[in-house]
Design a protein around this ligand. Structure first.
Ligand code: NAD
Ligand code: GLY
Length: 360
């Protein structure tokens, strides 16, 4: 088992990573002395796979638990479902000492964290992430939220979990496309922070794609270390946390333009990472080799890197200018200087952005 810590003073918490550790969650929560009342929030697909293991573990540890399921899908990460969860919590008399447990991917984690942050002005919550994306990104760092019909993640809070408990074996039931989409966020950490990790991802690609236990543990641990280091320095994205958005300025615009139906999040971010690297070359910051290495890595993990021809560059441009990361009309790009180092760039000329977006 690997244990990392997100250092945030009295809101610090551990990230525990291991294979086959799901059944140990009850004992861990008992040791942490949470009040005995616990509610597990999940969706029917994930709960049918892992609900029994988690519920029996909690019950064996003398925790009084029940569960609430929300339908599977991004479209249910909304205010109505949060309201429904709150109704169930009130009906089951959860008090201010109680704890929520998010069992699922980023949708469940974001919604559970949001409910935990507002229920009775805030109760504890624990993340049990079951997708690669959630294990390396969304379960760590305390960004919680739900979508509004006018924009994704527009209702939310910064609210940290008390524990992140990652069982890497849960990835064995995940669809391969979902796994590879999560790999985009793993590759991101290599580009923004650690060139030798980037090399590892290239060297061990077959083992990683084949879900080799040691390789999985290595990539999840390193990703969480990097995320924890960034969040510990800038919890509320007032400065350097923005580097975690590498690939996301363009990626989010692609997701919006395609109504969140054509690409998974990591796939859109993959295209964004390549195009933002191209922007860096246009600005004479990154060299050709850096851009090619990023594109080759995306190819190796069967991730897209090119903008489909039917997506209009002007439409993306419009979405980017409306993004919540855009301040006073200034779009913010995270651009690689080399593999392992990025910078935050504003004031980019629209012609340079359009050149990066336009397929060569
Ligand atoms: P998801 O939660 O929708 O999960 C993807 C699919 O995999 C779902 O159908 C789910 O039921 C299924 N699934 C989950 N675990 C499984 C398993 N072990 N076996 C089989 N099937 C499984 O998607 P996601 O990619 O995990 O998360 C996307 C969400 O995360 C988005 O809403 C995004 O906004 C959010 N996000 C949040 C942050 C953050 O910092 N809070 C960061 C990145 C993304
Ligand atoms: N996923 C980006 C962040 O957590 O800041």
């Amino acid at each position: 088992m690997d244990i990392l810590t997100v250092n945030l003073g009295n809101r610090s918490y551990d990230i525990v990573i291991g294979s086959g550790i799901l059944s140990g969650i009850g004992e861990k929560m008992r040791q942490m002395r949470f009040s005995p009342k616990v509610c597990v929030i999940s969706n029917p697909a994930v709960f049918s796979l892992y609900g029994d293991t988690v519920m029996s573990s909690l019950e064996e540890a003398y925790l009084e638990c029940f569960h609430v399921l929300i339908p599977d899908g991004e479209e249910y990460k909304n205010f109505q479902q949060s309201y429904h969860v709150v109704t169930e919590l009130l009906g089951n008399k959860l008090d201010r000492q109680s704890c929520l447990v998010a069992l699922g991917g980023g949708v469940i984690g974001d919604l559970t964290g949001f409910v935990a942050s507002v229920y009775m002005r805030g109760i504890h919550f624990v993340q049990l992430p079951t997708t690669l994306l959630a294990q390396v990104d969304s379960s760590v760092g305390g960004k919680t939220g739900v979508n509004h019909h006018l924009g994704k993640n527009m209702i939310g809070s910064f609210y940290q979990p008390r524990l992140v408990w990652i069982d890497t074996d849960t990835l064995r039931t995940l669809a391969q496309r979902q796994f590879l989409s999560g790999m985009a966020e793993v590759i991101k950490y290599g580009v923004i922070w650690d060139g030798s990790f980037f090399d590892y991802l290239m060297r061990k690609n077959q083992k990683i794609i084949g879900l080799d236990r040691d390789a999985l543990r290595t990539i999840i641990k390193r990703s969480c270390q990097i995320k924890a280091a960034v969040v510990s320095q800038d919890e509320r994205e007032e400065g350097m946390r923005a580097i975690l958005n590498y690939g996301h300025t363009i990626g989010h615009a692609i997701e919006t333009e395609t109504n969140y139906t054509r690409f998974l999040h990591g796939e859109a971010v993959a295209i964004g990472m390549h195009l933002e690297a191209r922007l860096s070359r246009i600005l004479k910051i990154a060299d050709d080799g850096t851009v090619s290495r990023i594109r080759e890595m995306l190819d190796v993990y069967s991730l897209p890197s090119a903008l489909p021809k039917d997506i209009q560059c002007n439409a993306l441009f419009k979405h980017m200018s409306l993004d919540k990361k855009t301040l006073e009309g200034q779009m913010k790009f995270i651009i690689p200087e080399q593999i392992g180092k990025v910078r935050i760039q504003t004031g980019v000329h629209p012609d340079d952005i359009k050149e990066a977006l336009n397929p060569a």
